[in-house]
Ligand binder design. Structure first.
Ligand code: FE2
Ligand code: FE2
Length: 259
């Protein structure tokens, strides 16, 4: 089973880039399951039912999110309704949406779990204890488990990789938008990458127009951010899972998708 994971899609340039790159990615990698992080898909921050639909139309089977998931109020009811858009599991239990989902891939149940790091981000519970609880609930319900760990610091992400090594098929880091060069299969059989990167403009600063991001850094005053548009790349990773649900390989995906 081949799982294609796509890092945070940023705004309409990211959505258009994904749509444009997917036919080539399908041809090259023949994924059975496509997971897309959509937390920045609506105007660079948050997600709406409309942008989720666009990601699904581009080929996503499951959409994960992160700290910006609740930016747009109108998405709350959709998050409760959707089985294919998830938010970090370690948010307060009563919050809109759910933290994991099980989808059928070639007749086999595969679970996708979304978690948020606790370092530098707001969570209700430790992601480590949370994922233990989620995996316990999933016992006997899924042949493979894939985790999107949306976290700020690499130490917490690497630690999560080791925590889950041999227990899940893959741990994909998201949130920092800059792809890391550490993709590998850990000794216990878990594919791991600290950051899958983002799907959006490389001409900006992690998705924002660079002159605006620079002005904010230079003046330390509030600046209205807009999504950067040029030099769009699709970033992520492709993982091959064996019959046991553990990984046989992971390969980084970094492809230009400009006009
Ligand atoms: Fe993001
Ligand atoms: Fe984020």
């Amino acid at each position: 089973m081949r799982v294609l994971f796509i890092g945070d899609v940023v705004g309409s340039p990211g959505r258009r880039g994904l749509e444009k790159a997917m036919p080539g990615l399908r041809e090259r990698h023949a994924p059975d399951l496509v997971i897309v992080n959509g937390e920045n898909s609506a105007g660079g921050l948050g997600i709406t039912e409309g942008t989720a639909d666009e990601l699904f139309a581009a080929g996503a089977n499951v959409i994960t999110t992160g700290n910006h998931v609740y930016k747009h109020r109108e998405v709350y009811e959709y998050l409760d309704r959707s089985d294919r858009v998830i938010r970090p599991a370690n948010y307060p239990h009563g919050n809109p949406g759910k933290g994991h989902t099980v989808v059928e891939v070639g007749g086999r149940p595969v679970a996708v779990v979304n978690l948020s790091g606790a370092v530098g981000l707001k969570v209700a519970r430790s992601p480590f204890a949370e994922v233990d609880a989620v995996l316990k609930r999933l016992e006997g319900e899924a042949d493979a488990v894939i985790v999107d760990f949306h976290a700020e610091v690499t130490s917490e992400k690497v630690a999560m990789g080791w925590h889950l090594d041999g227990r899940v098929g893959a741990v994909f880091g998201t949130h920092t938008h800059v792809p890391s060069a550490d993709a590998r299969v850990l000794p216990g059989g878990t594919a791991y990458i600290s950051d899958a990167g983002m799907t959006g403009s490389r001409a900006g600063v992690i998705g924002v127009k660079r002159e605006q991001a620079l002005e904010a850094f230079l003046t330390q005053m509030p600046v209205r951010f807009e999504t950067a548009e040029e030099d769009v790349w699709v970033m992520g990773a492709i993982v091959e899972l064996g019959p046991s649900g553990l990984a046989e390989s992971i390969e980084q995906v970094l492809v230009p998708a400009g006009d």
